[in-house]
Every structure is written in C-alpha cells, then in structure tokens.
Design a protein around this ligand. Structure first.
Ligand code: DAK
Length: 261
C-alpha cells in the first residue's frame, strides 16, 4: 500500500514504524492523513508477523502539531462532527491494535498530536518534547478524545488545568505527571525506542497480546471481574507452545525461541 502523508515500514522483523510525514506543516493531521493512519493500522492488524508498532513524526521539530487548522478553519458543524468521528475511530483502532503501540515523541505534540500519542499504549519522549491541548486558543475543545484520555492518564485536576489554560508540558513535567514513561536525549530517542521495541518483539507474542488486552479491558472493570479476565488470559497461555517453550527454556538455562503459537 502506498501513502502520501505517512510512511509505514517494517525496518526490523516484527517491528513496524509509522511516521506521520508532513514536516512542512509540522505533521498536522488533515482528513487524508487520518485516513491513511487508519489504513496503516488495518495493515498492521492483518499481519500476523507484527509484534510492535512505533508511531512517530517526520523531522526533528514535531511529532504532530495538532489537527490541521487550515483544513478545519472553514468546517461546518456537520463537517466538524465527521472529522471528530473520523479521528476518534482511527485513534480507537490504534488503541485496539492487538500488539503494543509506542509513541515516539520528538518535538511538538499538541492538540490532535497529543491525542494521537495518548491513544498509543505508552509514550517515549525526547528531552525536547512539548505536550499540550491548546484547542481553547482556537475557540474549540479537543475533538479526538483528549478530554477523556488525558484525564485518565494524568487525573482530572491537571487535565482541566491544561485543557482550559492551553499550558504546555515539557518532557520532565510530562514524565512526573505520568503522561510519558521515559525521556531520552533527542539524539538517542529513536535508538532507545527501537531497543525497547526489540525487547517487546523478543517476548512470547501471545502472552504480550493477552497482557495488553487484559490491562486494557480490565481497567474499566471492578477488581473482581478484572482479575477473572486476568486468570482466563493466564490459563489460555497454557494452551500455547510458547508457554511450554518459555518454561522449558528457563529450566534448560537457554534463551526461549518463541513462535507465536
Ligand atoms: N495545522 C496546520 N498547520 C500547522 C499546524 C496545525 N496544527 N501547526 C503548524 N502548522 C504549520 C504552520 O502554519 C506553518 O506553515 P507555513 O506558514 O510554513 O505554511 C508550519 O506548520 C510551521 O509552523 P510555524 O511557522 O508556526 O512554526 P513555529 O516553530 O513558529 O511554531 C508551533 C510552532 C507548534 C508553536 C506553532 O506552529 C503552533 O502553535 N501551531 C499550532 C498548534 C496548535 O494549536 N495545535 C492544536 C491544533 S487544534 C475537533 C477535531 C479536532 C480537534 C478539535 C476539535 N472537532 C471536529 C470537534 C483538534 C484540534 C487541534 O488539534
């Protein structure tokens, strides 16, 4: 599949890299770009060899500086609703991808860009990253789930402060707030992200998928029901060859050779 606004590649076995590629517009998300991200997610979802997806922005200035303001400026309310629903749908499909998805944030990560990053499973940031939901500067609210995902990640008070003041967070504050999991020097961000992706790709693929599903599905349940999900996932692992291989390899003091079945 060929794209105009993104690049999707598999630079190493099992590791997909999706790059939003509109550096002249700081990788802003217009409807075409969102559509291509949706197609790329479907492509990764259909590839049984996929183990992890990295999502980043082209250039060293921005991950994504937001939804495309020039595309939105003349929207009618109906078009705005369609755009918002498209964004919500695409970001949800990314979130629901069965393999872990890691955002690799190298600069401005604003508005729809922050919403894209938050729909990934976790965020790695460079020390030059800047996060925010500045939509109120433009007279609108966040439209791709920012009010909800930011609140779940950093809590109600900070989410409200950030969304209503449009204040941006530097990487260190984003780390302290739990919005990002790790911060790296800008020069080493990409290599650190690949190192982490290789670690994920080396683990039992079925176990990794089930762990993601259990954490995701369980977080909105009460603890008793969530733990039933976990115990079912754990039991399901014992139907796989990977469980036998993983435990046998441990006992034989060798590296496991997982096949994803
Ligand atoms: N959209 C379109 N173009 C953008 C852009 C964006 N979000 N951000 C930057 N650009 C473009 C600039 O217009 C400029 O283009 P040229 O003038 O060169 O043609 C180019 O990228 C470089 O930007 P700057 O010259 O401004 O670069 P600076 O380094 O001076 O400043 C900046 C970088 C990130 C501080 C600045 O560009 C900026 O403030 N950008 C806007 C950031 C922002 O407000 N982001 C949030 C966008 S709103 C909804 C659906 C979705 C949403 C809301 C509602 N519904 C349908 C209900 C989501 C909204 C958003 O994400």
């Amino acid at each position: 599949m060929s794209f105009e606004n993104i690049v999707l590649e598999m630079p190493e076995p099992g590791i997909y890299l999706l790059t939003v590629n509109r550096p002249k517009a700081l990788n802003a998300l217009n409807p075409a770009t969102l559509g291509e991200i949706g197609q790329a997610v479907a492509q990764v979802a259909a590839d049984g060899a996929a183990r992890v997806l990295l999502v980043t922005g082209a250039g060293d200035k921005a991950f994504v500086a937001g939804a495309d303001i020039s595309a939105m400026q003349s929207f009618t309310a109906v078009e705005a609703k369609e755009f918002s629903l498209q964004g919500l749908r695409v970001l949800r499909s990314l979130e629901n991808l069965r393999v872990p998805v890691i955002a690799v944030v190298n600069g401005y990560c604003l508005g729809g860009g922050c919403e894209l990053a938050m729909s990934c499973d976790w965020i790695l940031a460079s020390d030059r990253a800047l996060f925010g939901q500045p939509e109120v500067n433009l007279g609108v609210t966040p439209g791709f789930g920012g009010t909800q995902r930011l609140t779940r990640l950093v809590g109600r008070a900070l989410a409200l402060e950030l969304v209503t003041t449009a204040r941006n967070l530097k990487a260190d504050e984003a780390l302290a707030a739990g919005l990002v999991t790790r911060v790296f020097p800008a020069e080493s961000l990409r290599e650190e992200a690949f190192k982490m992706a290789r670690v994920v790709a080396s683990k039992g693929p079925v176990a990794v998928r089930l762990a993601k599903e259990t954490i995701q599905r369980g977080q909105d349940l009460d603890l008793d029901n969530a733990c039933v999900l976990e115990s079912d996932a754990f039991a399901l692992c014992f139907t796989t060859a990977d469980q036998k291989e993983g435990m046998t390899a441990f006992l034989e003091k060798r590296k496991a050779n997982f096949e994803g079945k």
